[in-house]
Ligand binder design. Structure first.
Ligand SMILES: Cc1cc2nc3c(=O)[nH]c(=O)nc-3n(C[C@H](O)[C@H](O)[C@H](O)COP(=O)(O)OP(=O)(O)OC[C@H]3O[C@@H](n4cnc5c(N)ncnc54)[C@H](O)[C@@H]3O)c2cc1C
Length: 434
C-alpha cells in the first residue's frame, strides 16, 4: 500500500533545512502539503487589538505564495485553505486517505492549543500527528540541561551552551516532491479575503522594502553578508536606527521560517572562513542565541509570559490614566521626539530597531506606568517580524517580570537619543509628516 503523509506548514515556510518536509518525502510515497489561513490570526484579540496588522498579513501572503512556487518547482504544490487547522487538517487527511500528519511543534499557548486540537481530531480518525522540533539553532536534545533547569539568567545559559552544545548541520533539500494526482489546489487568498482593505504598501522611509518568502530571505542574507559585507561590522552598527544595513533585518523571515536560523549560523561560519571571523560574526550568533533562549523559556514557563506579573509574580505599578497615556504612546504623540519617532516608524513600516523597541517599551512601563501587556499586544499587531517568544519574552524582560537579572532597569530616553541619534537625523525623518 502506498504511504501518504500530510505536511502541515505553519511557521516553517521553506524548502531548505526543513526536517518535516525532508522526512515526509523520504518516508511517504507522496505528500499532501497544506497551509491553513487560520481566521483567528486575523481577528480581534482580548486587548482590543487585531492579532495581525495589514503589513504582516501581506508578508505572510507573500511567504505562502513563495512556498507554493518553490514546491511547484520540485514537482509538488500547496493546498491553501481558510479555516481552523483542527477542522481542515483532519478533513483533508480523510479526504486523501493519508496515513500520518507531520508538523513542527510550537512553544506558545495558543499555537500549542491548536496542535492539541488537531492531534485529538486526528486521533479520533486513527491518524497520528508526528511532532518535529525545528525552530531553534540548538536542538532541545543537545542542551546541557533539561528545559526545566535552564537558568533564568541568559548569560549562564549562553556560557554553558557555548561550551557544551553544538549546532546541527542543515537538513538537505528534497530533490523532488511527489503529490497525489488528484490533489485539489485553490487560489491563494488576497488581503481582502483576510479582511483587510486593499493592497498594503510600505512607507518609502522604511529601512527595507520587506517582501515575504524563502527566496527573498535567502537573497537578503546573500546581500547583507556577501555583497554589502555588512556582517564584518555588525557589532559596531547593530544599535543603529537608519538604513538597511545597521543590522541584518532577518527577523521577519526567521519568524515565519522562510529563513532557518541554522542556515544563518552555517553561512556565518562560511563567512568566517572565507572573509573574517571577529566580534561581529560572533555577535550575530549571540543574538540568535537570545532567540533560542526565549523559546526555551516559553517551554519552561508555559503561559506565564502572557501574565502581567510574568514568572516573577509581581506586576509593575500602573498610572490611573493609563488608557489615555497608552493611546498617545501608540500614535507617537507622547511629546518625547525619540519615542514618537520610533512609534511612527513602527506604525508606518511594521519595523523598529532593537534599540528603539527597548526604549519605547521601557518608556511605556517605567515612565508612563502603563500595563506592559497592552504594549506587547500592540507590538503583536504591528510588527512584521512578530513571534510570540521574542515579543513577549523581551517585553516581560523590560517590564522587570521576566529574565532581566537587574532590578529596576531604566532607560534614560534623553541620553539614549543623544547617544544613538546625536545629530537628530532619525527623529527628523519620522517626526516630519510624510
Ligand atoms: C520589546 C521588544 C519586542 C521584540 N519583539 C520581537 C518580535 O516579535 N520578533 C522578533 O523577531 N524579535 C523581536 N524583538 C527582538 C529584536 O528587537 C529583533 O529581533 C531585531 O530588532 C530584528 O532586527 P534584525 O533582524 O535586524 O536583528 P539583528 O540584530 O540582525 O539580529 C539577528 C537575529 O537575532 C534575533 N534577535 C536579535 N535580537 C534579539 C532579541 N533581543 N531577542 C530575541 N531574538 C533576537 C532575531 O531573530 C534577529 O533577526 C523584540 C525586542 C524588544 C526589545
Amino acid at each position: 500500500m502506498n504511504k501518504l503523509i500530510l505536511v502541515w506548514f505553519r511557521n516553517d515556510l521553506r524548502i531548505h533545512d526543513n526536517e518535516v518536509l525532508l522526512e515526509a518525502t523520504r518516508k511517504g510515497d507522496a505528500i499532501v502539503p497544506v497551509y491553513c489561513f487560520d481566521p483567528r490570526h486575523y481577528g480581534p484579540t482580548s486587548y482590543g487589538t487585531r492579532k495581525t496588522g495589514p503589513i504582516r498579513a501581506q508578508f505572510i501572503l507573500e511567504s505562502v505564495a513563495d512556498l507554493k512556487r518553490n514546491l511547484q518547482a520540485l514537482g509538488g504544490n500547496l493546498i491553501t485553505l481558510m479555516g481552523k487547522p483542527e477542522e481542515l487538517i483532519p478533513q483533508l487527511a480523510v479526504q486523501y486517505g493519508v496515513n500520518e500528519v507531520y508538523h513542527h511543534r510550537e512553544v506558545a499557548t495558543e499555537e500549542i492549543d491548536v496542535s492539541e486540537r488537531v492531534e485529538t481530531a486526528l486521533w479520533k480518525r486513527k491518524i497520528n500527528l508526528k511532532h518535529f522540533i525545528g525552530h531553534t539553532l540548538y536542538h532541545k536534545e543537545h542542551l546541557p540541561f533539561p528545559i526545566k533547569d535552564i537558568p533564568d539568567v541568559f548569560t549562564n545559559f549562553r556560557k554553558k551552551i557555548e561550551k557544551e552544545s553544538t549546532v546541527r548541520p542543515c537538513f538537505s533539500e528534497p530533490s523532488a516532491i511527489c503529490i497525489p494526482e488528484n490533489m485539489l489546489v485553490d487560489h491563494l487568498p488576497s488581503l481582502s479575503d483576510l479582511g483587510y482593505d486593499g493592497q498594503s504598501s510600505l512607507d518609502s522611509r522604511a529601512v527595507l522594502q520587506f517582501k515575504g518568502g524563502e527566496r527573498e530571505g535567502l537573497k537578503r542574507m546573500q546581500e547583507y553578508f556577501w555583497e554589502h559585507d555588512a556582517l564584518r561590522t555588525y557589532k559596531e552598527t547593530r544599535n543603529g536606527l537608519l538604513g538597511a544595513n545597521y543590522s541584518s533585518k532577518f527577523s521577519a523571515w526567521i519568524a515565519l521560517g522562510c529563513l532557518s536560523p541554522r542556515k544563518v549560523y552555517w553561512e556565518i561560519k562560511k563567512y568566517e572562513k572565507e572573509r573574517v571571523a571577529n566580534d561581529s560574526t560572533y555577535w550575530l550568533i549571540f543574538e540568535l542565541l537570545w532567540r533560542d533562549y526565549f523559546r526555551f523559556m516559553f517551554k519552561k514557563y508555559d503561559n506565564k509570559f502572557f501574565l502581567k506579573a510574568g514568572f516573577k509574580g509581581q506586576a509593575p505599578s500602573e498610572a490611573p490614566n493609563q488608557r489615555e497615556l497608552f493611546e498617545r504612546w501608540k500614535l507617537g504623540q507622547t511629546g518625547i521626539p525619540f519615542i514618537d519617532a520610533n512609534m511612527r516608524e513602527l506604525n508606518a513600516t511594521g519595523f523598529m530597531s532593537n534599540r528603539g523597541r527597548q526604549n519605547v517599551a521601557s518608556y511605556l512601563v517605567k515612565e508612563l506606568q502603563v500595563n506592559w501587556t497592552w504594549g506587547a499586544a500592540y507590538f503583536e499587531e504591528q510588527l512584521i517580524d512578530y513571534c510570540p517568544a521574542n515579543n513577549w519574552g523581551n517585553w516581560a524582560y523590560l517590564a522587570g517580570v521576566g529574565n532581566d537579572p537587574r532590578e529596576d532597569r531604566h532607560f534614560n530616553t534623553a541620553k539614549q537619543a543623544q547617544l544613538y541619534d546625536p545629530a537628530g537625523k532619525y527623529i527628523q525623518l519620522w517626526n516630519n509628516v510624510s
